[in-house]
Write a protein that binds this ligand. Structure first.
Ligand code: XIL
Length: 444
């Protein structure tokens, strides 16, 4: 490959290009992986027989989302009768080709089966939670992240929820769905996913407040999906908006990116650079491969032309991915160093206790740790756990110093203050064994 590049570049008289890209990855997935991120696409099952499509999919992407096949209408066409044929085809293609899968979407006000559209109240609530449990159980252990709830917030200035049959079952429907999903597949990251959330606006702030509340109350949520169906530009505060969510202790994922308009290549570059600049931005998914695959018919918002050629937007994205940025992998290393230094300082014996409740299954676990203040209030706490063999793959409500062996967990902003005798919680999930964690607590 480098030889071919050199020949082409020399013929064009631009040897400089060769120097600049000598060590750069040449596919989107490989370029994203350099910083511990992924680059994905939406996939339609009926296109898996199209060789141009499949070649691009297999070469360029390392994450896959089913465009429609895992939605409620597709997976539960009749109440209690499940059909996973399309979803399984996509999942198997992805897993057989070394790609991971984002599950999309367990509950949404659109693309509901007709029988669910006609339900309301506790009957609908029960059907919805059963749907979450059944589908997440079917795919247990195979999904990297689920969009548990899709598009539940209203557009405009209210900052509140969108009216829907699901919303009318009670405001707690979202947390009920997240708890059911966690119970069914503790290894999957659980995301809330929405659109028009690309800047700091009333809708994204409404979602931000919900996530903050979930984290404070221990409702399991790991990530926020920004669909990012954009026209011509990324908003100027796109990165700042991602960062404020990341600062809540959740990952951000760009889940359905497509950008129309003549400024497309620049805008794609800006979105990619924003993700690369936010440590907890885990990856980017575009909503289709070629322009002809897009749901935005005629707008040509994707990275490949209808005949499968790379567009200028493709190059912008690839260059931005290759330019690097602190990724999830890099950060872990940094945090380890910092906290190891801290723990060598003598820490006064703390007036707090910690206990763990463990959900262990074959190959993985979720640990929920309860931190309880003693006779005086806590103003910052540290919990030390010991992992014998297992390793941490994700966490919420605390910053961990590493992923294996002795891990020190320190409070995040919202849960450092604990009144005397009261408790707060944080948790983490991991692969392998979570037994013998033996948490101890001290003050900071
Ligand atoms: C779209 C699909 O791309 C279309 O094929 C389908 O007809 C409608 O849904 N937000 C989402 C996606 O979360 O599921 C939608 O996908 C696009 C908007």
């Amino acid at each position: 490959m480098p030889i071919v590049s050199a020949v082409v570049a020399a013929a064009l008289g631009t040897t400089l290009v060769v120097t600049a890209t000598a060590n750069a990855a040449t596919t989107l997935g490989a370029a994203a992986a350099q910083s511990g991120r992924y680059f994905g696409t939406a996939v339609a099952a009926q296109k898996l027989g199209d060789s141009t499509y499949v070649n691009l999919l297999n070469t360029e992407f390392n994450m896959v989302t089913a465009e429609n096949e895992m939605k409620w209408d597709a997976t539960e066409p009749n109440r209690g009768q499940f059909n996973y044929s399309g979803g399984d085809r996509i999942l198997n293609h992805a897993l057989n080709n070394g790609k991971r899968v984002r599950g999309h979407a367990l509950l949404w006000y659109q693309q509901q089966p007709r029988w669910a559209q006609g339900l309301s109240g506790s009957d609908l609530r029960q059907a919805a939670i059963n749907h979450v449990t059944q589908v997440a159980t079917h795919y247990k252990g195979k999904i990297y992240a689920w969009d548990v709830v899709n598009e539940a917030f209203a557009d405009g200035n209210s900052g509140g929820r969108r009216d829907s049959n699901l919303q009318r079952t009670g405001n707690d429907w979202i947390e009920a769905a997240f708890r059911a999903a966690r119970a069914a597949d503790p290894g999957a990251k659980l995301c809330y996913n929405d659109y028009n959330t690309d800047s700091i606006n009333p809708k994204s702030t409404g979602i931000y407040n919900m996530v903050r509340d979930f984290k404070a109350r221990g409702v399991p949520i790991d990530c926020v999906g920004m669909q990012s169906h954009l026209s011509n530009n990324a908003p100027s505060d796109y990165q700042a908006n991602l960062q404020r969510f990341a600062d809540l202790g959740v990952e951000v994922q760009i889940t359905e990116l497509d950008i129309s308009g003549s400024n497309q290549a620049n805008a794609y570059g800006a979105v990619t650079r924003a993700c690369m600049a936010v440590t907890r931005c885990a990856g980017i998914t575009v909503w289709g491969i070629r322009d002809s695959d897009s749901w935005r018919g005629g707008e040509n918002p994707l990275l490949f032309t209808s005949s499968g050629a790379k567009k200028p937007a493709y190059t912008s994205v690839l260059n931005a991915l290759n330019a690097g940025g602190p990724g999830p992998t890099t950060t872990t290393t940094t945090t380890t160093t910092t906290t190891t230094t801290t723990t060598t300082d003598p820490v006064p014996p703390g007036d707090c206790t910690a206990s763990v409740s463990l959900n262990q299954w074959n190959g993985g676990f979720v640990a929920t740790v309860k931190v309880t203040a003693g006779s005086s209030a806590l103003n910052g706490w540290r919990v030390t756990t010991t992992l014998s063999g297992g390793s941490v793959t994700g966490s919420w409500g605390a910053n961990g110093s590493g992923t294996s062996g002795t891990v020190n967990w320190t409070n995040v902003d919202y849960n450092g203050s604990v009144p005397a005798g009261q408790s707060t919680e944080f948790g983490f999930q991991g692969s392998g064994s979570g037994s013998g964690l033996n948490p101890t607590c001290s003050t900071r």
